[in-house]
Design a protein around this ligand. Structure first.
Ligand SMILES: Cc1ncc(C[n+]2csc(CCOP(=O)(O)OP(=O)(O)O)c2C)c(N)n1
Ligand code: SF4
Length: 286
C-alpha cells in the first residue's frame, strides 16, 4: 500500500516548478518507506519559502522564527526522544542567521534530521544575496555583484565534527528520499543540503545548471563515506559538486548521553506540582 498520501495534508502553493516540491515529495516518500505515522513526526521549519513545508506536510509541526529551526528542534527531541524530528531551513535560515545553532547542533550530535534547501538566495524576501550566492551575484542587496566568497556549509559541518553529511538534489526526489531515510535512521545529527532551484528568482542557478555541475559520489567505487580525508577533498573541489552520502560516522547522540533512560521522556513526567511544592515555589517569589 502506498502510504505517501498519509503525509500529504494539502496541496502546496509554492511557485510551479519550485525545488521545494522535490523535497516535499522525498520527505513523504522516506516517511512512508520507514512506515512512520504522522503523529510520530515533528517537522520544524524556519521563516522563508521552505518554511511553508509544514503547512502542507502532515505531522506535528512548529514554524519557528527565522534562524531558530534548530533550537526548537533540539527542544522537541529532548522533551520526547521517541519522536522523529525533521528540521527544514533555507540556506539563509541555516547558514546565515542560524549558523551558530547549526555548528552547536552538529558538535552535540543531537538526533535530528536537518534539510537545508539551498536555492542560493533569500527567496521569500525577493531574491537578496545569501551566504551560498556565488561571487558576482547581482541582486537588490548586491547591485554591483556580490564580493563575498560563498559559504561551504558541508565542509564547515565536517570540520565541526558532523556524523552524517549528505547532499541531495530536488530534481532527483527518489535519491533524496533514500538519503532522508538513511538520515532518519542515523543516530545523531544528520545534515542534508538539498540543491533546490528557485525558479522565480534565480535565473542563473537553475535545474539545468545543477544537472551540469553535479556528480554522484557513488559513481566512484573507491569512494568511502567513512573516510574523512576523501570527504574533505570532495567537498573542497570547486569545479564539480558532489551529491550523495559524503560522510558518515558512528558516535553517541546527545540525548543518549543526557537522557540515558530514554523510556522516560520529559514529556511523560508527572506535571502535578502538589500543594506543598507549589507553596515552596510561590514562597520564593515573595
Ligand atoms: C529575525 C528576522 N530577520 C529577518 C527576517 C526577514 N526574512 C524572512 S525570510 C528571510 C530569508 C529567507 O531566505 P532563506 O532562509 O534562504 O529561505 P527561502 O525563502 O529561500 O526558502 C529573511 C531575511 C525575519 N523574518 N526575521
Ligand atoms: S519564490 Fe522561489 S523558492 Fe519561493 S516558492 Fe517561488 S520558486 Fe520556490
Amino acid at each position: 500500500m502506498n502510504r505517501e498520501k498519509d503525509f500529504h495534508l494539502i496541496d502546496p502553493t509554492w511557485c510551479l516548478g519550485c525545488g521545494i516540491y522535490g523535497i516535499f515529495s522525498a520527505l513523504k516518500k522516506a516517511s512512508a518507506q520507514l512506515d512512520l505515522d504522522p503523529e510520530q513526526m515533528v517537522t520544524v521549519t524556519g521563516i522563508g519559502c521552505h518554511g511553508r513545508l509544514n503547512n502542507y506536510f502532515k505531522s506535528y509541526g512548529f514554524h519557528a522564527l527565522h534562524g531558530r529551526t534548530l533550537p526548537v528542534a533540539t527542544g522537541v527531541k529532548l522533551s520526547n526522544p521517541r519522536l522523529q524530528v525533521v528540521g527544514v531551513s533555507g540556506d539563509g535560515d541555516a547558514y546565515s542567521i542560524g549558523l551558530g545553532h547549526l555548528i552547536h547542533s552538529i558538535r552535540r550530535n543531537i538526533n535530528v534530521t536537518y534539510l537545508v534547501a539551498d536555492n542560493r538566495l533569500y527567496a521569500l524576501t525577493q531574491g537578496q544575496t545569501s551566504p551560498t550566492s556565488q561571487m558576482g551575484f547581482v541582486s537588490v542587496s548586491t547591485p554591483e555583484g556580490s564580493k563575498e566568497l560563498p559559504l561551504n556549509g558541508l565542509q564547515l559541518a565536517l570540520a565541526s565534527g558532523g556524523t552524517f553529511i549528505a547532499r541531495g538534489f530536488s530534481g532527483d526526489p527518489t535519491q533524496l528520499a533514500s538519503l532522508i531515510e538513511k538520515a532518519m535512521n542515523h543516530e545523531g545529527f544528520a545534515l542534508i543540503e538539498v540543491l533546490s532551484p528557485c525558479v522565480t528568482q534565480n535565473k542563473i542557478i537553475t535545474y539545468e545548471w545543477f544537472r551540469s555541475n553535479i556528480y554522484g559520489v557513488d559513481e566512484d567505487t573507491s569512494f568511502n563515506p567513512s573516510d574523512k580525508r576523501q570527504a574533505w577533498e570532495r567537498l573542497a573541489n570547486k569545479d564539480k559538486i558532489p551529491v550523495g552520502l559524503i560522510y558518515v560516522e558512528k558516535k553517541p547522540s546527545y540525548e543518549a548521553l543526557v537522557l540515558p533512560d530514554r523510556k522516560k521522556p520529559l514529556v511523560f513526567n508527572d506535571l502535578e506540582v502538589g500543594e506543598l511544592r507549589l507553596k515552596k515555589i510561590m514562597d520564593k517569589f515573595q
